[in-house]
Structure formats: structure tokens, C-alpha cells
Design a protein around this ligand. Structure first.
Ligand SMILES: O=C(O)CCC(=O)C(=O)O
Ligand SMILES: [Fe+2]
Length: 185
């Protein structure tokens, strides 16, 4: 998988392996999920297939059976449909861990699945996560670019997951690790 390296390069980080190292560790907490959504209940009806959420890990790579349903939440709060992918495309999504590592520069975009298709949707998602023991902190180069403002405190991936499991899917699960506006440390 090349996207972690490309992201590090794109962010202008000196260490191009900053993310790749985390997701390629032999004990990385990565997983594959297969989602199956039955067709819409009735013509013209829309049902929630997967409630709104952000993905927790570093990056998610999704592929579907070219059936619509995936939507992302734009900055103004409106929802935009992601075009049903063809056989050649993947949908790459940043997760909460990447948002913390990049000090908020890359955002984990909220998404959901609304079922309105007459065909079932199947998606396969690879979630690339860091090892559970890994301590995640905003990368110093990206903190400097914010004038030293550090938006998230350090946390281990295990800590994030423990805290996330206690909350609802739709909550801002990274919010718990945000620093207050005044704190820099
Ligand atoms: O099935 C989809 O398109 C989205 C699935 C998803 O967001 C997830 O598994 O986290
Ligand atoms: Fe997701």
C-alpha cells in the first residue's frame, strides 16, 4: 500500500515513512471489513445502511461493487454522494489517528451509507491502524507550522480504542483528546 508514503510526501514531511512505519508494523492493528447492504425497502425509499461516523484508524481504503450509497459530510454540514466506484477505483479516507498525527491538518471526514439502490451494496474496507501500544502525538513539523499549537495530546492507540468503544458511533471520538485552545505543551 503506497498511500501512507504519498500522504507524508504531500504534507511535506521530511520523514516519508512517518505513517507507513505505523501501519506496516508487524503488530499493527489493521483489519478488513466486508459490509453488505440489502437493497432499498421500496422504490423511492431511503434507509440508513451505516450511521454517520469517522473512521478511527490512520487510513481506510474502500472498494464497492459499483453500487451507490456512500455519502460524505461537507464542511457546511450537507451530505454529498460519493460516485459509485468502477472496477478501477478505490475510495481512500483519512481516519482519526491521521487527524491527530497531522495536528488536524488532514481531517477524518464524516461519512455514512444511505441505501436507495435497487441492488445490494457490498463494500470491502481495509483499515490501516497503528499497533495498540503505539503512542500517537502530532508530528513536530506540523505543530511548528501551527505556530507551536498542539491540537491533540498524546495517546496510545489502545487508549483511543478504549475511549471510543464507550461512545456512540456518531460522536466526535477524537474530541476527548483535544487540547484546549490555550494549551501548547
Ligand atoms: O460501505 C461503505 O461504503 C462504508 C463503510 C464504512 O464506512 C465503514 O465500514 O467504516
Ligand atoms: Fe467508515
Amino acid at each position: 500500500m503506497h498511500s501512507p508514503r504519498l500522504m507524508a510526501e504531500g504534507l511535506g514531511l521530511d520523514d516519508h515513512a512517518a505513517f507507513a512505519r505505523l501501519v506496516q508494523a508487524s503488530d499493527s492493528d489493521s483489519m478488513l471489513r466486508v459490509n453488505h447492504y440489502p437493497p432499498r425497502p421500496e422504490p423511492g425509499q431511503v434507509a440508513t445502511g451505516f450511521g454517520e461516523h469517522t473512521d478511527p484508524q490512520i487510513v481506510s481504503v474502500l472498494r464497492s461493487n459499483a453500487t451507490s450509497g456512500l455519502e460524505i459530510c461537507l464542511r457546511d454540514g450537507t451530505w454529498a454522494a460519493v460516485p459509485a466506484d468502477d472496477a478501477a477505483s478505490f475510495f481512500v479516507n483519512a481516519g482519526d489517528a491521521l487527524q491527530a498525527l497531522t495536528n488536524g491538518r488532514v481531517r477524518s471526514v464524516r461519512h455514512r451509507v444511505m441505501v436507495s439502490s435497487a441492488r445490494p451494496r457490498v463494500s470491502v474496507v481495509f483499515f490501516a491502524g497503528p499497533p495498540l501500544r503505539e503512542r500517537l502525538a502530532p508530528l513536530p513539523g506540523l505543530v511548528d507550522r501551527e505556530g507551536g499549537r498542539r491540537r491533540y495530546r498524546d495517546f496510545t492507540w489502545r487508549e483511543y480504542k478504549t475511549s471510543a468503544f464507550r461512545t456512540k458511533l456518531a460522536e466526535n471520538r477524537l474530541g476527548y483528546f483535544e487540547t484546549t485552545a490555550a494549551a501548547t505543551s
